[in-house]
Design a protein around this ligand. Structure first.
Ligand code: KIV
Length: 286
């Protein structure tokens, strides 16, 4: 009997999309149940982003996140996914210092069941590390423009490549990442024209976040899209729901129901069989 395998999205599928002019849809996830919903909804790529640090763990920025924390969440996401491509972000200091450590940490992500890793930057050292990873079979997604792990050096969350010279530099970085073997590259916080220039001049898909309409795909942080994370919302985010508000309303209703004896009702409770219940009415309970 023929078996209907769910079609797995692979790094090759994502690269094919660019040739066909099909947009790549990407979102972050950090837990099992959210990953399952995203997978069932048909999202192409799920990133276990290091934005985990801020939106789930409450750190000020991504720098505090550890490899163990990332793996813990990555495993939960992977357990919820059957079809989407799962990419795991390598946290700060897990790949910049030494390429052996980088390969070891990326390998741990693949051993956990991820399909690829993402790392930031395109310096000579990073490019060499990417080449080594790709050579041993670890697919890599690049990330340039605003790179959150360099937030201190970049002077805050700012749009990058605002001059023609800087735009050409971003293009050179994207080409270098393509040459190093990346299967795609995230462009974060760059002007639309710069994203267009890069997208038209490399063969791997560009995935934009705050980079305008001209990228081959888009990614957002799931908590921003759902209106769950209320500390700050970048101007490029489109909120498709207001979870913070609807969750607060639901919880206030629950508090009121408990306080007023309206929760639980009989359908939400368990009862003894009548004969057992009768025995409990007897004065001799011993
Ligand atoms: O960590 C993250 O959420 C990211 C973005 C590109 C979505 O890297």
């Amino acid at each position: 009997m023929p078996y209907n395998f769910p079609m797995r999205i692979t790094t090759h599928t994502i690269k094919e999309y660019k040739k066909k002019g099909k947009k790549v849809t990407c979102l972050t996830a950090y837990d099992y149940s959210t990953a399952k919903v995203l997978d069932n909804s048909g999202i192409d790529l799920i990133l276990v982003g290091d934005s985990l640090a801020q939106v789930v763990l409450g750190y000020e920025n991504t720098l505090s996140l550890t490899m163990d924390e990332m793996l813990h969440h990555a495993r939960a996401v992977i357990r919820g996914v059957k079809r989407s491509l799962v990419v795991v972000d390598l946290p700060f200091l897990t790949y910049q210092v030494d390429s052996k450590d980088a390969i070891y940490n990326a390998g741990k992500c693949l051993q956990a069941g991820a399909h690829a890793v993402k790392l930031e930057g395109a310096s000579e050292d990073i490019l060499k590390t990417i080449e080594k990873m790709v050579k041993i079979g670890i697919p890599v997604m690049g990330h340039i423009g605003f790179t959150p792990q360099s937030v201190n050096a970049l002077g805050g969350n700012r749009v990058q490549a605002k001059t023609a010279t800087a735009a050409k530099d971003i293009l050179a970085q994207a080409k270098a990442l393509e040459k190093a073997g990346c299967f795609s590259v995230v462009l974060e916080l760059v002007p639309s024209e710069v994203a267009k220039l890069v997208t038209e001049n490399i063969s791997i898909p560009t995935i934009g976040i705050g980079a305008g309409i001209n990228c081959d795909g888009q990614i957002l942080v799931i908590d921003d899209l759902l209106g769950k994370f209320s500390d700050f919302t970048p101007s490029f985010v489109r909120k498709y729901a207001d979870f913070a508000k609807s969750t607060e309303t639901a919880i206030q209703k629950y508090i009121s129901d408990v306080q007023n004896g309206k929760y639980p009702d009989t359908n939400e409770s368990f009862f003894l069989a009548e004969c057992e219940s009768e025995k409990l009415k007897s004065p001799n309970l011993n």
